[in-house]
Design a protein around this ligand. Structure first.
Ligand SMILES: [Zn+2]
Ligand SMILES: [Zn+2]
Length: 165
């Protein structure tokens, strides 16, 4: 759980650094190891603006060559907290806005960190921009070595033309 004490904060800008095992904030696959979250918080009147940036290593499987690789995934979000006496009247359609009671001592940001980290897992997982992938014929990982399928790839229909050359 990551909690930030918000009671008795004077109008100012604050920074926090959180580090720990991903299990502490309920994160698992594809993430591994530790998380690191940097929080910048600005308090002004009855409003708190919170910017969080999290970095976690993800263990991914390359879409092209099917090898596992590690990649640092960063996720950012902004959340605005508004102190409000009567929470039950507060209609809130905005996902980036949270109403909190003026008596709130601490805000728990673990859930938001987790949600945004999970959203940041890339859809397309490529181990490197120039990953050559697998040979569609023999299944060899072409990043390791080229295979011998190239020459055989010529369509048999073109064979007569080849002979003419
Ligand atoms: Zn790859
Ligand atoms: Zn091959």
């Amino acid at each position: 759980m990551i909690k930030i004490k918000v009671s008795n904060l004077v109008n100012d800008r604050y920074e926090y650094d959180f580090e720990g095992k991903i299990s502490e904030i309920d994160i698992s696959e594809p993430y591994i190891g530790n998380f690191n979250t940097n929080v910048a918080l600005s308090k002004f009147g009855n409003q708190i603006i919170l910017d969080a940036e999290t970095g976690i290593i993800a263990n991914l499987i390359c879409d092209r060559c099917t090898k596992e690789f590690h990649s640092l995934v960063t996720s950012k979000y902004r959340m605005i907290y508004l102190f409000r006496q009567k929470l039950e009247d507060a209609e809130n359609e905005n996902l980036e806005l949270v109403y909190i009671h003026p008596g709130t001592d601490k805000i728990d940001i673990s859930g938001d960190i987790r949600d945004y980290a999970l959203l940041a897992v890339p859809m397309k997982k490529i181990c490197s921009e120039d990953c050559k992938g697998l040979c569609f014929k023999c299944g060899k990982n072409l990043n390791d070595d080229p295979c011998n399928c190239r020459e055989e790839k010529i369509d048999s229909r073109w064979e007569p033309l080849q002979k003419l050359k």
